[in-house]
Design a protein around this ligand. Sequence first.
Ligand SMILES: *[C@@H]1O[C@H](CO)[C@@H](O)[C@H](O)[C@H]1NC(C)=O
Ligand SMILES: *[C@@H]1O[C@H](CO)[C@@H](O)[C@H](O)[C@H]1NC(C)=O
Ligand SMILES: *[C@@H]1O[C@H](CO)[C@@H](O)[C@H](O)[C@H]1NC(C)=O
Length: 375
Amino acid sequence: MGFGMGLNLLLLLAMVATNILSLYHLSSSLQNKSSSSSLSSPIPDHLHHQLNTIRATINHLTNLRSTTKPTSSKPISSLPSDLLLYSHLSPIASSCRNYPELLHKYMNYKPYSICPLDNDLAESLILRGCHPLPRRRCFSQTITKIPSSLPINPFPSSLPDSAMIWASYRCKNFQCFNSVNENLGFNMMIESNKFTSFQSDLDLPISQLLQIAKMGMSVIRLALDVGAATGTFAAKMKLYNVTVLSTSMNLGAPYNEVIALRGLVPLHVPLQQRFPIFDGVVDLVRFSHAINRWIPINAMEFMFYDVDRVLRSGGYFWLDHFFSKGVDLEKIYAPLIGKLGYKKIKWATANKTDSSGLKNGEVYLTALLQKPIVK
Ligand SMILES: *[C@@H]1O[C@H](CO)[C@@H](O)[C@H](O)[C@H]1NC(C)=O
Ligand SMILES: *[C@@H]1O[C@H](CO)[C@@H](O)[C@H](O)[C@H]1NC(C)=O
Ligand SMILES: *[C@@H]1O[C@H](CO)[C@@H](O)[C@H](O)[C@H]1NC(C)=O
């Protein structure tokens, strides 16, 4: 088993190295596009050599694996053939390398049959940066009843339990989730009151947001909501004819399914993932309170600049109830946000007064920032 695992790890490492090398070659050949020498020798000799060595290693390992397979007793020691096949088609995210067992488990399935019900496994991998996940050749499980109608209103009076596969969740209906915590986003009565009222400086009701944009001679028509839970911001904005894409993970509850059930667009991507959106095309990016001090600072900084990338000039960046330790807001986060060079339309802070907030000296920040037209 140890040998098999070692082999698998080696294979993964080799695959990752190949990808990195290809990338390096791509970037360096782009840099040298204008130079004449790059025409005569498109791949530098030393890279070519390394690339060949790595490919040979992979081939060798693959052959070795298929000859050792019959003698290996434990199933985990065999490399899933679909993982191997997929690795020839497309790069496997480098973070996957750190979790070979999870990845192998995920790719160990029977091709052309029903996929295993392993949402938790997929979620774990994605959270660890193994994203995008490799594709699989199996049929995903689906509900057996075709819905006869779907709600047009993104605030239906109730969410249909029958539209869901409940097997991977602790709760087996929406009522159960509501009784665990009515603020998870599954109680439509509660959701319909969000983004409507101004109870403290930290609030920015949608009516006010749109008023600000209008006064700034700006239009909000397309937006991205990061950490969107069940998509209530998108639901509210839909009533104003604004299209919002909602990113959400499925941590223990069917957030993505519910976003879709409400007729909204769920993007199942983790926070460290580059937004799957082109440059300069959205009018507004909102960060929910899911983006807070628990995100490593480097990841946060890259995320801020990805927001800048997707925002058009004059677009808005809204940090909604961001929280951190008071001293960190002053020393770390405010300077980080300042580096973007955005205009501060709103900047409100307040002590976070729940138990963990008091214990850790946390503060909230709600900020509305506007990307400058010219840098
Ligand atoms: C790119 O061109 C520069 C200058 O001509 C050269 O020094 C460098 O080695 C080239 N890079 C690669 C990867 O070929
Ligand atoms: C949204 O669009 C519909 C159809 O064009 C229109 O009737 C409605 O007034 C619009 N709503 C708002 C809030 O602009
Ligand atoms: C916020 O908390 C700090 C200490 O954590 C305290 O000094 C300050 O007075 C509080 N501010 C308000 C407005 O309550």
